[in-house]
Design a protein. Structure first.
Length: 228
């Protein structure tokens, strides 16, 4: 399954709104988050004028761009993508049931990664190139990940998209992490697909589709490949 905030709309919606924090991140003083801008400030954006909602996707496709992270996600084949949701309407919208998938140029659907996915990739990388000396069999090698579990979990706690409700005339933003291993140019021809966003009445909004070619065409150079 893709990204999903596992809460139900309806009567809980008003309660969620009352307890929504003023920002969508838990801040870490030594790892500041990017500045908050409206979704329409980004090149890769889908705007729904009738619903008064705009959603942008900002890929962090280089290590330099994501230097504030504690973990080198690119080394393990993951790309952080910042999702920015701007609600210009007069009523809140809910992402409690939202699905957010990365769709490759070939149409493959990639769900947002969990911390455990990154931890497994880190562990596998730490064992790469090792051989088991003969005679065999020997007990399995329990390699320690090069990246600590704590650092991964702290990054997710600090930066992962967490806003259940986007209040009227408000922008919320956060990161989702996608496994790009095996993709030569992951952004070319790809898109971020969002569905099951809901209004305060429980009615589902029209799906959002954000082509990453919009992002690539706005860059001064050809697409970089940090996953090599």
């Amino acid at each position: 399954m893709g990204f999903m905030l596992r809460l139900h709309p309806g009567l809980l919606f008003a309660i969620l709104l009352l307890f929504q924090p003023t920002t969508s991140f838990v801040h870490a003083a030594d790892h500041p988050q990017p500045g908050m801008e409206a979704a329409t400030a980004f090149p890769a954006v889908d705007v729904h004028p009738e619903e008064q909602v705009a959603i942008a996707a900002d890929p962090y496709d280089t290590r330099e761009k994501g230097s504030f992270f504690r973990v080198d996600y690119w080394k393990y084949g993951f790309m952080p993508i910042r999702v920015i949701v701007t609600n210009n309407g007069d009523k809140p919208i809910s992402l409690a049931q939202a699905r957010i998938h990365f769709i490759t140029a070939d149409g493959d659907k990639i769900p947002a990664a969990l911390p455990s996915d990154v931890e497994r990739a880190s562990t596998f990388d730490s064992k790469a190139g090792k051989t088991i000396p003969l005679p065999a069999p020997l007990p399995p090698i329990k390699g320690k990940p090069k990246t600590s579990t704590k650092s991964i979990e702290e990054d997710f706690a600090t930066y992962e998209y967490a806003a259940i409700v986007v209040e009227p005339h408000t922008t919320r933003a956060g990161f989702l992490f996608y496994d790009m291993k095996g993709l030569d140019q992951p952004l070319k021809g790809a898109k971020l697909y969002l569905r099951k966003l809901q209004g305060s009445d429980g009615k589902e909004l029209f799906f959002f589709e954000i082509p990453f070619d919009k992002y690539l065409s706005a860059q001064p150079h050809v697409e970089k490949r940090p996953l090599d």
